[in-house]
Design a protein around this ligand. Structure first.
Ligand code: GLN
Length: 502
């Protein structure tokens, strides 16, 4: 039999259910690979070795007793470290939460475990999910398994790099402006951001509450569908999770895709896009056409991207997102005050205000501080109308564009990112160029829509290219089927050379 780590999540689940491999063997093999490779990659903030082995043993005992193993029976998974687990720490890759132990599991985590998953550990991210490269981690940056001198993207860089390097069968990430899809694209794996409200945010440490959504990062579309089926659904603990039936996304994948209407977003297909990525999008459009889909150009005027004379891109969506996300972040992060949660300064202080100030100054990294200050400014009296209210109006215009587009199309096709994975340090000195990494992903969050990044080949530099598909709200079944169509047309995504040591 092929090495365990070469099996997809679905393949491994089948092998475990059939008794060809034990859950314990699977957990051991993945933990061994983490020992071998994670020193170089730094995907994991913590590895829950003993607990993973214990849980895997319990799955094997269930099998021996003839009990059902659950839809994820024995699958070794990784969880982004801003998703709470009652076991171990939840740090958000921030010094302020370096020793934080959550008293409860996020609903997504308890659903995975109830379905038989074995959690291997918690993955690295940009501090509080703020960033596009995982370089804003308060601990150490994660590296891209395709080229360790490059970033894996972010903020779910640890989860994406771990999935790509076969250090887990699949992972959970979170996406506020692109943090599942952009790193998935940089690492050559599938990343799915569900519709806002499809997956409970209970236990996801809040960044931008009106934008955040948990979703799967996996090696193929089927594995992503499998995970989504488990984590989706209403949760009484999250009032923004919608009470709608959850389809079996995996079974939905096999339904025929008839009369598919694909919209090529003209604003995303501009000259500013890297030629190799543009060609990948064109290849996908051709693949849809060859499969009988109707491919037309559609316009999202308020998601337009302009290139200035200096080549710097600008977009309403990015501007709007950074006002909304930073405003929400400034409010959400007010709770880290050195009293309720996390780091408290050890220095003598004269009053409670100084305690707050010192604890926050010591605990938060530079990017988080920048965002708290900008967000507070945007919400302050006198500026609220000019920035926050204006951004909400732009957000509505962006949403209206999507509504018009989805009256004509089932899915929209475009790039996930303007470029492939960049070298570490390339954008750290200029936050604005870093923010532009999400120029194609951000509008879906503003509109609350689902999006998926699918691997679409390698660049001349041997780096993964991702293409993005978007659909209307709660249309994940069609979104996933369209993604599967591309996957079949383009062939299976390759693994990074580094993952193939076994
Ligand atoms: N890169 C974007 C940001 O820095 C998106 C992050 C995310 O989706 N969590 O806010």
């Amino acid at each position: 039999m092929a090495s365990l780590r070469q099996l997809s999540a679905l393949g491994l689940r089948k092998a475990i259910a059939a008794g060809e491999v034990s859950a314990l063997e699977a957990a051991r093999e993945y933990l061994g690979a983490i020992d071998e490779l994670d020193g170089q990659l730094h995907c994991f903030n913590q590895v829950h070795r003993d607990r993973a082995l214990e849980r895997a043993g319990a799955i094997d005992r269930k099998r021996a007793a003839g009990e059902p193993l659950g839809p994820l029976g024995g699958l070794p998974l990784a969880i982004k470290d801003n998703i709470c687990t009652a076991y171990g720490k939840t740090t958000c890759s921030s010094k302020i939460l370096a020793d934080f132990h959550s008293p409860y599991d996020a609903t997504a985590v308890s659903r995975l475990e109830a379905a038989g998953a074995v959690v291997l550990g918690k993955t690295n991210l940009d501090e509080f999910a703020m960033g596009s490269s995982t370089e804003n981690s308060g601990f150490a940056p994660t590296r891209n398994p395709w080229d360790v001198s490059r970033v894996p993207g972010g903020s779910s860089g640890g989860s994406a790099a771990a999935a790509a390097a076969r250090l887990c069968a699949a992972a959970l990430g979170s996406d506020t402006g692109g943090s599942i899809r952009q790193p998935a694209s940089f690492c050559g794996v599938v990343g799915l951001k569900p519709t806002y409200g499809r997956v409970s945010r209970y236990g996801l440490v809040a960044y931008g509450s009106s934008l955040d959504q948990i979703g799967p990062i996996a090696r193929n579309v089927g594995d992503a569908a499998l995970l989504l089926s488990v984590i989706a659904g209403h949760d009484g603990s999250d009032s923004t999770s919608l009470d709608r039936p959850v389809p079996d996304y995996l079974a939905e994948l096999d339904k025929p895709l008839k009369n598919l209407r694909v919209g090529l977003v003209s604003e995303f297909h501009s000259q500013s896009l890297w030629p190799e990525i543009r060609q990948a999008v064109d290849r996908c459009a051709e693949a849809f056409g060859a499969a009988g889909a109707a491919v037309t150009e559609v316009s999202l005027p308020h998601s337009r991207i302009d290139a200035g004379p200096d080549g710097i891109l600008s977009s309403y969506a990015v501007a709007c997102y950074y006002v909304v996300a930073m405003a929400e972040a400034s409010s959400n992060l007010a709770r880290y005050d050195g009293v309720h949660y996390g780091h408290r300064t050890a220095k003598p202080v004269k009053d409670i205000i100084e305690l707050y100030c010192r604890s926050r100054a010591e605990g938060f990294g530079q990017e988080v501080k920048r965002r708290i200050m900008l967000g507070t400014y945007a919400l302050s009296a006198g500026y609220y109308e000019a920035y926050y209210l204006k951004a909400l109006k732009v957000r509505r215009l962006i949403k209206n564009d999507f509504d018009a587009a989805f009256a004509k199309c089932d899915v929209l096709l475009g790039p996930t990112t303007p470029e492939t994975a960049f070298p570490l340090g390339a954008k750290t000195a200029d936050p604005l160029t870093m923010y532009l990494s999400d120029v194609y992903t951000i509008s879906a969050n503003l509109a609350g829509l689902p999006g998926i990044s699918v691997p679409a080949g390698l660049s001349r530099e041997n780096l993964p290219i991702g293409v993005q598909l978007l659909s209307g709200a709660f249309n994940e079944p069609v979104l996933l089927r369209a993604a599967r169509l591309l996957e079949v047309a383009l062939g299976p995504a390759p693994a990074p050379p580094l993952a193939g040591s076994n």
